[in-house]
Design a protein around this ligand. Structure first.
Ligand SMILES: [Zn+2]
Length: 479
């Protein structure tokens, strides 16, 4: 490795030395974001936004395929409207940014910049749902929201972030339950099959559920450092919001009924997950299915006659099977290798005069660093197969890592000792009492991540109080 290339790589702190700094370095060096002028805000740069757009496009397709329509609601919520559902406003009050002036004039009523849009959708539903024939109402919006966070990090926790929020209204509680589960399934599908991140599916405890919800379903994933990330949530509201906002419909017998609602969201936070699950000391690793560029062609000795022509030929040929680009800039090949490795491009194709002579190219895969020679005539097929293989390998690696980091505890002592010695999830039984959940958090900083759908019985008693256990819970330190 030349001196110049070495310096480039050295800009990224080794993740073993300082994981938080490694994250910050990768975000910066892979050209994903810049810091905004107001503390905690971020500028998502072209490469970061291109990845987000690919995630967004896949999710948008799934949302539409499940019968939802996209809409755009205002960014402002009158304070009186936000106040209508007590738990909801209490949950969000500390993070709301308020508009108090319009120009020079002080407003008669403060206006919230949306931290989430339940209140607006509820108000709309109360005016636009009349009969059972209007149901279900299945809306989704792609939006930015503002939450005035105290400590912020790019993607993981920012004062403003981008997401989609689905808001639906149904005739029955059961219909709302089916919807809540269906959308959690959509999130799990997206995150596992496109982002190659394995998830645990489950329910949040009452302490951790969404403010105003009956219950919250969640997908939880595990980062490389052994900390958990809540990666998408789907909330069942029952008729709580409907009662607060007076959203009723006339059923088939002409009787007035409250609607039953859900909401669900997945945000740019998942970009943080992507970085922390697949990244390594050479930078980002992007799964092929969401990579803006799947194959980067780097010409070698490109000043020599015929090299660039051949490289462009290759690009045109590969366009049929992959999102392909060519780096014909005047930087050295070594510099280009590092640059595209830093950005996590799944496959690099090198072609130089000698390769042209031998009718072959060199292929290097980002996930393993493995290098192979491929005959030009076999290239299309090989690239297609390799992209699928890389996608699968990233998922398998992440799954093995996560499973390796699922620990078990049956007593609080064991729980603490495990946290001292290891990272990752802790599986432990719980009595269902919030006091135990709070004590665990206070003593260990670990929070309940989810009550998994797939339950097991690893002991008879609660890990905290020793009383009879009700269910298995995954615990962990989280982002
Ligand atoms: Zn207990």
């Amino acid at each position: 490795m030349g001196k110049k290339n070495k310096q480039f790589v050295e800009k990224v702190t080794a993740m073993e030395d300082d994981f938080a700094q490694w994250y910050t370095d990768v975000v910066k060096q892979a050209d994903l974001v810049d810091y905004g002028l107001v503390r905690g805000t971020m500028i998502i740069k072209p490469y970061g936004y291109a990845i987000w757009e690919n995630i967004r496009n896949e999710l948008d397709k799934m949302i539409k395929e499940t019968g939802h329509s996209n809409v755009a609601f205002p960014i402002f919520i009158p304070e009186s409207l936000l106040q209508k559902e007590k738990d909801h406003v209490e949950g969000f009050a500390p993070e709301v940014a308020w508009v108090t002036h319009g120009g020079d004039e002080e407003l008669a009523e403060r206006i919230a910049v949306r931290p989430t849009s339940e209140a607006l959708f509820c108000d709309y539903y109360s005016k636009n749902i009349h009969s059972y024939r209007d149901l279900p109402m299945l809306y989704n919006q792609w939006a930015n929201v503002v939450r005035w966070e105290k400590t912020t990090r790019p993607f993981l926790r920012s004062s403003e972030f981008h997401w989609q929020e689905g808001h639906t209204a149904h005739a029955t509680d059961e219909d709302a339950s089916i919807e809540t589960e269906r959308m959690l399934g959509v999130y799990a599908d997206l995150v596992e099959n496109y982002l190659a991140i394995p998830v645990l599916k489950g329910r949040k405890t009452d302490k951790e559920k969404f403010a105003g919800a009956n219950y919250t379903l969640t997908i939880e994933s595990l980062m490389h450092d052994g900390r958990a990330l809540q990666s998408g949530t789907s909330h069942h509201f029952g008729s709580g919001f409907a009662e607060a906002f007076d959203i009723t419909y006339l059923d088939e017998n002409g009787e007035s009924q409250y609607v039953h609602q859900t909401s669900w969201g997945l945000s740019t936070r998942i970009m943080g997950g992507l970085i922390m699950v697949h990244g390594d000391n050479r930078g980002l690793v992007v799964p092929p299915r969401i990579a803006p560029t799947q194959v980067m062609i780097v010409p070698i000795a490109q000043h020599k006659e015929g090299v660039l022509d051949k490289a462009y030929d290759l690009r045109d040929q590969l366009k049929e099977v992959a999102r392909v680009d060519i780096d014909a800039s005047d930087k050295s090949p070594g510099w280009k290798f590092n640059e595209h490795e830093m950005k996590g491009v799944p496959i690099r194709v090198e072609i130089g005069p000698k390769d042209i002579e031998n009718e072959q190219v060199v292929i290097v895969r980002r996930d393993t660093g493995e290098k192979e020679f491929v005959a030009l005539k076999d290239l299309q097929a090989r690239i297609g197969a390799l992209l699928a293989d890389i996608q699968q390998n990233l998922f398998d690696k992440a799954l093995a890592h996560r499973n390796e980091k699922i620990n078990i505890a049956t007593t609080l002592e064991e729980f603490k000792q495990t946290l001292d010695e290891k990272t990752g999830f802790i599986k432990a039984m719980w009595c269902g009492d919030q006091a135990c959940e709070e004590k665990i958090k206070e003593d260990t900083q670990a929070t309940s991540r989810c009550i998994p759908f797939e339950q097991e019985k690893i002991s008879d008693t609660c890990v905290c109080c020793g009383k009879e256990a009700k269910e298995l819970v995954y615990w962990g330190k989280a982002y």
